[in-house]
Design a protein around this ligand. Structure first.
Ligand code: 5GP
Length: 113
């Protein structure tokens, strides 16, 4: 079953897209939890971290390369930012297409709630 993120990938619904290439797309989270809150997702549909296979290594690594490039562009690379992947219910995953949250622009608390 496709998710709302597949509709964003296919441009069937609007999103504030900040980056796109053949493997991934990054857009602003609709319910931002920080001044910078982006979602970086693979175009390949992978439901949860539990569904990642060895074949996906390059895709997953690519998400981190995109994240660090965006962080540099937004000038938060030195001050710092947080990368989060939620997996399933206890972590609060609501969209079952894996997505990397990139959060920054303010001091982030630790541990998270
Ligand atoms: P999760 O809780 O699954 O880790 O994160 C899902 C995220 O997707 C949430 O932060 C939520 O605000 C965001 N989100 C859900 N639907 C949409 C949408 O249609 N557009 C955008 N830009 N973000 C969405």
């Amino acid at each position: 079953m496709s998710t709302i993120f597949n509709k964003i990938i296919n441009k069937e619904i609007d999103a504030d897209i900040v980056y796109e290439d053949k493997i991934s797309i990054a857009f602003k989270d609709i319910n931002a939890q920080a001044p910078i809150h982006l979602l970086i997702i693979p175009k390949k549909e992978i439901k949860t971290i539990n569904h990642i296979t060895a074949k996906d290594k390059e895709i997953i690594g690519h998400l981190f390369i995109v994240a660090k490039k965006i962080a540099k562009q937004l000038n938060i690379d030195n001050e710092g930012y947080r990368i989060v992947f939620n997996c399933n219910d206890n972590a609060g995953q609501t969209v079952f297409h894996i997505h990397m949250h990139l959060l920054g622009g303010r001091k982030l608390l630790w541990p998270p709630g």
